[in-house]
Design a protein around this ligand. Sequence first.
Ligand SMILES: Cc1cc2nc3c(=O)[nH]c(=O)nc-3n(C[C@H](O)[C@H](O)[C@H](O)COP(=O)(O)OP(=O)(O)OC[C@H]3O[C@@H](n4cnc5c(N)ncnc54)[C@H](O)[C@@H]3O)c2cc1C
Length: 491
Amino acid sequence: MIIDLEQQALEHNALRADVCIAGAGPAGIVLALELARARPDWHIVLCEAGGTGNATEAERDIYRMALGEKSYSVADICRRRRLGGTTAHWGGWSKPLDATDYEDNPAWDVPAWPITQAEVQRYMDSALAWTEITSTEFDLSRVRDTIAQHLLPLRVDGPITEHAFRFSPPTRFGTRYYNDINQQDNLTCLLHANLTRLDRAGERITQAEVKPLDGAAALITAEHFVLAMGGLETTRHLLNLRGEAAADGEGIFSDHLGRYFADHYGPRAGNLLAPEGLKYHRFSNDGQPIMPVLTFSADHIRKERQHNTCMTLNASSGEGSVLHQYGSQSGLNFKPGNYWQYQVQMIVEPRPNPLSRIHLTNERCALGLRRLKLDWQPHRDDFDSAYTFYQTLGGELSRTGLGRFQITRQNTAEHQARASGACHHLGTTRMAARPEDGVVDTDLKVFGSQNLYVASSSVFPRYGYSNPTLTIAALSVRLAQHLAGQKEAQA
Ligand SMILES: Cc1cc2nc3c(=O)[nH]c(=O)nc-3n(C[C@H](O)[C@H](O)[C@H](O)COP(=O)(O)OP(=O)(O)OC[C@H]3O[C@@H](n4cnc5c(N)ncnc54)[C@H](O)[C@@H]3O)c2cc1C
């Protein structure tokens, strides 16, 4: 059932639930529906700040935040406040994290994921179904034969390999799952229900206060509470809760809270001259969208302690029109054939950096919550890793006579300062095996709390280059099974 608090107040302005979830983006919707279906004997309450349409200016203002030295040019467009959350305008690029993304990088001083890739993969089929991804082969080697003419003939044991992205239609969760939410008997979804306060008794959250911007507050009591308000708002609420707790003398939550903020980004540092017709970009193969990307091999990442980084290519100005025949110039020693110029685009894996963080300012929004300041500090290593990738791929191409790199932008501080984010909010409530290393445990429960959980990419401890939503959905399915008491023993 869906109730809009702007249209209808709750009886006695109160509800009792088994699980109360704040935030109805993909994380919250997957969690709520999985849980409601798994436990018909439970009542789930899903509180969403927005309605079914675009947010008003006053609602958007709640997200306004201060910025540190580094600009964040996507600050105004990186989050939506409506049923379905930011999937109202996501692009649908999808790929599970790679094996190396879950592993420790000994050159970095932060612990790896405390759960294995295999553990997350167990929930991937469900995540693919929720995001309506029908082409599910992400291992390019298994479909390589069908598109080999569009790919570079790379050495099998070399440092460079390929992976594939797939695509959600993209699923707009708010419209696609509206009826499912509305028709689920044991699920109540409250719209215009902004979470404004969590009340605490010792280590337990006892109730959540929600309210429309102009309207009466309602209190939701529950056994378990889950914050699924996106990577910034979830952390903001925890920081606000910690602020209130500190005021009564009881500090809670780890010092990692708010730290390790990361987003994906990538330098466009130059051009590649390579054989014509390469397709390291999105195209249709047998009616299914696919996007091959060039990456370091897993062995190379482990041996050289590299970041997991990928590259796409786009023919510079219309296929066939660029540098046609250029490669036949004898000085280049290229293999015979036609060569095109491609613009390269990198997506680098951000190194988790504790200095890159969000904190609270003293300014309060209309809900009475302290606002955020985003002090985004990408690690210099990220850029170095991207340029190492250029050099490594360039070396492979020149030794095989298949191409050359032209670096047009050097790895300077000025170039680094221009990096802008991809709206993926990672890392500020990192998952860890021990409270010393993170904010939530392997069950996504906040350390120091008995019944407060986080469903968001903010729990990722290492980020890879894959877009996060597929993994967010997989973690939500996993959390639903954990809360429902159905989770099998961990792999
Ligand atoms: C332009 C753009 C393109 C993107 N493209 C891709 C892509 O191609 N692939 C990919 O994987 N990802 C992409 N993303 C990122 C993707 O949208 C997010 O990873 C995903 O939406 C995160 O899901 P979420 O449920 O954690 O948060 P959100 O989708 O942000 O949902 C959070 C929900 O919480 C609600 N909320 C906020 N505050 C409160 C409160 N106080 N009380 C109650 N509810 C609250 C919000 O209204 C919202 O509905 C893109 C993002 C943008 C902006």
